[in-house]
Design a protein around this ligand. Structure first.
Ligand code: SF4
Ligand code: SF4
Length: 198
């Protein structure tokens, strides 16, 4: 078992919450930057993965929760496999996204389109037990904040061109495919407080 680099009691409540919710020993990070060196999305991020960890350690909640990075992370887990301290940054990003949506920072999300997609994905799984792709995409487009542009520019034509072949091949359905025991899924959402204040 590794010794903690810093003691938990020394951290802010924000830092402790993220450590508790993600289950990751963020306090063990010693800024070697191996996570960032392997991340395939850094070109689009406004704060690099190792910097996100440092900001969490320092309790810079606003800086982290209004960043684009927490929404751009693709959860590919490359960083976690490279980390000498076995910190799963993808799990940490999940905890940060949930906190961003549950706090006053929900109105200052760094990547609105991605956060709407994230919320609609979870909402679809919660209702159906699995994703109802057609409805999730339609609702994400409508809530993106760019719906009029999407219509006027004709971007919807590209979506329809993708949707029809997928429909014909049975990859997407017009109606949702619901699982039987949806109550269990709802219990999981409740248990892990998904969409609630962390
Ligand atoms: S690889 Fe691990 S220890 Fe190194 S900076 Fe990233 S999170 Fe910190
Ligand atoms: S899980 Fe996220 S932060 Fe880590 S390497 Fe993948 S995209 Fe980058």
């Amino acid at each position: 078992m590794k010794a903690d680099t810093y003691k938990l009691k020394d951290f802010s409540s924000f830092t402790k919450d993220i450590i508790n919710v993600s289950g990751e020993k963020i306090n063990n990070c010693y800024q070697c930057r191996k996570c960032t060196a392997g991340c395939p999305i850094t070109f689009a991020m406004d704060i690099l993965p190792h910097q996100i960890i440092k900001y969490i350690q320092l309790g810079f909640e606003e800086k982290v929760l209004t960043s684009k990075t927490i929404w751009l992370c693709a959860a590919c887990e490359t960083c976690g496999t490279r980390c000498p301290n076995e910190i799963d940054l993808a799990a940490m990003m999940d905890a940060l996204r949930q906190r961003a949506l549950a706090t006053q920072y929900r109105n200052r999300i760094g990547e609105k389109g991605t956060s709407v997609f994230h919320q609609e994905f979870l909402s679809s799984v919660k209702s159906n037990g699995r994703v109802y792709e057609a409805m999730m995409m339609a609702k994400s487009r409508m809530r993106s904040g760019h719906f009029l542009t999407y219509l006027l520019r004709g971007d919807w034509i590209a979506d329809i061109k993708l949707f029809i072949p997928m429909l014909l091949k049975g990859k997407m359905g017009m109606l949702p495919h619901r699982i039987r025991n949806r109550k269990e899924i709802k219990k999981l959402f409740k248990k892990f407080a998904i969409g609630r204040k962390v």
